[in-house]
Design a binder for this molecule. Structure first.
Ligand code: ZN
Ligand code: CU
Length: 486
């Protein structure tokens, strides 16, 4: 039996309420006891005086599907205090065998190379994650675009009834094997031809399971209000909670619309479980999308197969060198990755601060010049947004990355500091925690994080990563099952 005591630490328990001092004891992977600080801490205790202890952070939106297998130490996440990642977002997931294809359907390249997609089905993917023993826990969604790629011969059209039935069967099998829900990426070319009816038919598999519908909206631009209505329609039809991925006001015509968008979210949330995730930056990132190439949006090319020598440069500089317009330059660079400076501070502030918003990094682990959100999102919310800017109290910031996502995803005994809960914990200095990753130098670990435990396994100490990997694949339990157990 191994026991760890963190003595006289300030506990932020994940509820969003005021922190309190306590001695917290971990035993056998769980939080064993939370007690009034003893007058004399035992000799082997970790001195928590002046430090904060929070539930391990849950990254509600990632593309870590294959990196949890390829680089299971998960340095970018553990160094931020993240102990659980939600994978399978934006319509793309790794429960597929594409090892024989030359080029992956866009934007699956965000997850890895074709050779890494070698999982016959969701259960095989889950087994591969378990075999890799990642440092973080993993929650997986099933991507709609991948279902389409598995069951349609071409992706520029709506699915037939038979194809819908095949996709639905695939999704049902994944849900039975522990998947937490369905994700779509309807803005991407390979899903955009799918009708609302196609997604509604598919989403019926979510009914009565407690699984979620997560969506990268069909439009994050001018048609965002229609896209939100579509998401709510699908969620209500499926009787499934809705999570709007990386909610934002992107592009100059959308600037200042956060109030209107959040009012729509609130209205929908009044009679249906609705929420969103958000990363704390004013730039987005994905594969290079010609629709988003406009003069008002400064774009940095992070990688390019069309001309690898241009990686790291601004698209406007490349276009000027080549004597062509922005779209012509972008077309020549394809396939490529990009960072788009497309949001305003005030819209990001409003969305991040909203009570329905969780923190999700949307980090891109395979990008050679990743957006800094991959390494910096969580310390940035706690340091820049909570401490320096005072956008919300620290306990509220912590709730957005712990209890709130645990509730949304229906996690059992995680996301809060409570006796009997999994010992997923992060110890940090609230006065020093900060993101150090920048757009120019993005692969930088956070400052101020002194300890991370995953299922009780010490994964990071003040000396750095321990190399231990205590994470596991989490399997969804149905609400009825949930009640029986707890
Ligand atoms: Zn997305
Ligand atoms: Cu995403």
């Amino acid at each position: 039996m191994t026991e760890t005591i963190i003595a006289d630490v300030t506990v932020y328990d994940g509820t969003g309420t005021q922190p309190f001092p306590a001695d917290v004891t971990l035993r056998d992977g769980r939080i064993h006891a939370i007690a009034q600080p003893a007058t004399h801490a035992p000799a082997h205790a970790i001195d928590g005086r002046g430090l904060a202890l929070a539930p391990g952070f849950i990254d509600a939106h990632t593309h870590d599907d294959l990196i949890v297998i390829a680089a299971p130490q998960m340095a970018a996440k553990i160094t931020q205090g993240v102990t659980t990642v939600v994978v399978g977002n934006c319509g793309i997931s790794a429960h597929a065998d594409f090892s024989a294809v030359d080029e992956l359907p866009d934007p699956m390249v965000l997850l890895g190379d074709p050779a890494q997609f070698r999982h016959a089905d969701f259960a095989a993917y889950a087994r591969a994650v378990e075999a890799a023993q990642p440092a973080t826990n993993v929650i997986a969604l099933v991507g709609h675009t991948v279902l389409r790629a598995r069951h349609l011969d071409r992706l520029d059209r709506d699915a037939s009834q038979a194809e819908c039935a095949a996709m639905r069967h695939d999704l049902e099998q994944a849900l039975a094997a522990g998947a937490f829900g369905l994700s779509t990426g309807l803005a991407y070319g390979n899903a955009n031809a799918a009708s609302t009816q196609e997604v509604m038919a598919l989403s019926e598999a979510l009914r009565d399971t407690g699984a979620l519908y997560c969506t990268h909206l069909r439009s994050e631009a001018g048609a965002i209000t229609q896209a939100l209505e579509e998401a709510f329609t699908i969620g209500r039809h499926a009787e499934a909670p809705v999570i709007v991925s990386h909610l934002k006001c992107a592009g100059a015509p959308q600037y200042g619309r956060s109030g209107e968008i959040l009012a729509m979210m609130e209205k929908a949330a009044a009679d249906h479980p609705v929420g969103c995730d958000c990363y704390p930056y004013t730039a987005s990132s994905s594969t290079l999308d010609l629709k988003q190439v406009v003069p008002e949006t400064p774009i940095k090319i992070t990688w390019s197969e069309g001309d690898p020598t241009q990686a790291g440069r601004m698209l406007s500089d490349i276009a000027a060198d080549w004597g062509v317009n922005l779209r012509e330059a972008a077309a020549k660079l394809q396939p490529a990755g990009a960072v788009y400076h497309c949001m305003t501070e005030s819209d990001v502030d409003a969305i991040l601060a909203h009570r329905l918003t969780m923190v999700g990094s949307d980090g891109l682990p395979c990008d050679p010049r990743p957006h800094p959100r991959l390494w910096g999102s969580f310390p940035r919310v706690l340091g820049h947004y909570a401490r320096e800017r005072g956008l919300f109290p620290l306990e509220v910031a912590i709730r957005k990355m712990t209890g709130l996502p645990a509730d949304r995803f229906g996690l059992r005994k995680r996301g809060y500091i409570r006796e009997g809960y999994a010992a997923d914990l992060v110890l940090f200095d609230a006065a020093k925690i900060a993101d150090t990753a920048t757009y120019d130098d993005p692969a930088q670990p956070a400052a101020g994080i002194l300890g991370v435990w995953v299922n009780g396994t010490p994964t990071l100490t003040a000396q750095g990563l321990t190399g231990a990997r205590g994470g596991t694949m989490l399997h969804r339990t149905t609400p009825a099952h949930h009640e029986r157990i707890s």
